[in-house]
Design a binder for this molecule. Structure first.
Ligand code: UDP
Ligand code: MG
Length: 333
């Protein structure tokens, strides 16, 4: 279907700018989700109908962010936006990653509460109603969803996730609960707080925790993907984990100081032992093999420390370039 100009003008008025009230924004990052968008949209509409029985005057907007999909996602979003004027979409010039898609969606949202949810139906859409209920009746600023089981995940991935949460807990002052994803409802106050954090390497899970505010948790069981496949592989996940740790902790920079101190102390004690052994007991100095092991160990340690420092410097470099998080190819508002 052709791009609808009527929709643009209507939605520009609808979007309005400023802080509109009594509006629910549903922000959905999409990357190659052409087979899921319709089902997601239908299920979300059911939730909105139920929410309207709770709050009849509530308005709603969908903000779909096409993160440079190579399938029919953009065309489907264009069609949907012409059929339903509440549907806003924006499309990136290439794939910038989910974190950038979330940022763009939150920036575009105008509601006094915003639900952030995946398009792939792995986040239970039916939680939108209880989320809104907690916001509307109890005035809770953040209602987040937590997955309580790790079914459907490979053993290695589940173990690595567990380790990540453990290491993260040790290194960072911002706590992360295992099983908590980006799926959540946030009040306008919270969204604005998150948007005020302008870091280049965004780790939303950490940012959502960092801003604080009153929270409520809703639990759910794992839902397998019906259509499409997860865009995360082990490499991407490791990069994401490193971003998470480095973005929220400077402890990795301090740990080498401790290790270096221990090794130097140990080396001095060992040197004194060798001297005593040689001068007092006349034993010749031995151990080329142990010397080589020690040199290799220290060389490796040095490189590792340089690598850790490099990770931090790389982030300062990225931040100083101040490039935009994403570029928009097309949008309808
Ligand atoms: N996504 C995105 N950009 C990406 C990768 C994913 O916008 O580069 C979207 C994707 O369409 C989905 C959500 O982020 O709506 C979660 O992605 P995925 O299912 O791949 O992650 P998982 O559920 O395996 O953590
Ligand atoms: Mg998924």
């Amino acid at each position: 279907m052709a791009y609808c100009r009527f929709c643009i003008s209507f939605q520009t008025t609808f979007g309005g700018g400023g802080n509109s009230t009594n509006t629910l924004s549903i922000v959905v990052p999409c990357y190659n989700e052409s087979r899921n968008i319709h089902t997601f949209y239908t299920k979300a509409l059911e939730q909105i109908t139920k929410i309207q029985t709770l709050n009849p005057s509530i308005a709603c907007e969908f903000i779909f962010v096409d993160d440079g999909s190579s399938d029919e996602t953009l065309r489907i979003l264009e069609d949907l936006s012409c059929a339903d004027t509440r549907v806003k979409f924006l499309s990136f010039s290439r794939n910038f990653g989910k974190e950038s898609a979330i940022l763009a969606g939150l920036r575009a949202s105008r509601g006094d509460c915003v639900v952030l949810i995946d398009a792939d139906l792995q986040h239970p859409v039916e939680l939108i109603l209880p989320m809104y209920e907690a916001f509307y009746t109890q005035h809770i600023d953040v209602v987040y969803a937590r997955r309580i089981n790790r079914d459907g995940e490979g053993r290695i991935r589940a173990w690595l996730s567990k380790m990540f949460y453990k290491v993260y807990g040790l290194l960072s002052s911002v706590g992360l609960e295992s099983g908590v994803s980006d799926f959540r409802l946030m009040s306008r106050k919270v969204v604005d707080s998150v948007l005020s954090l302008n870091e280049t390497h965004r780790f939303c899970k950490g940012l959502f925790e960092w801003v604080g505010f009153e929270k409520k948790c809703l639990c759910y069981h794992y839902i397998p993907r019906d259509e499409g496949k997860s865009s995360w592989n082990l490499w991407k996940l490791s990069k994401y984990a490193i971003d998470g740790i480095i973005g929220f902790s400077t402890l990795p920079l301090r740990i080498p100081l401790l290790i270096g101190g221990c090794i130097s102390g140990g080396a001095i004690v060992y040197g004194i032992c060798i001297m005593i052994d040689t001068f007092l007991y006349g034993n010749p100095v031995q151990g080329y093999a142990s010397l080589i092991c020690l040199i290799l160990f220290l060389g490796g340690l040095n490189l590792m420390v340089v690598g850790i420092v490099g990770e931090y410097i790389a982030r300062i470099y990225e931040q100083s370039k101040n490039r935009p998080h994403y570029l928009i190819k097309k949008k309808n508002f």
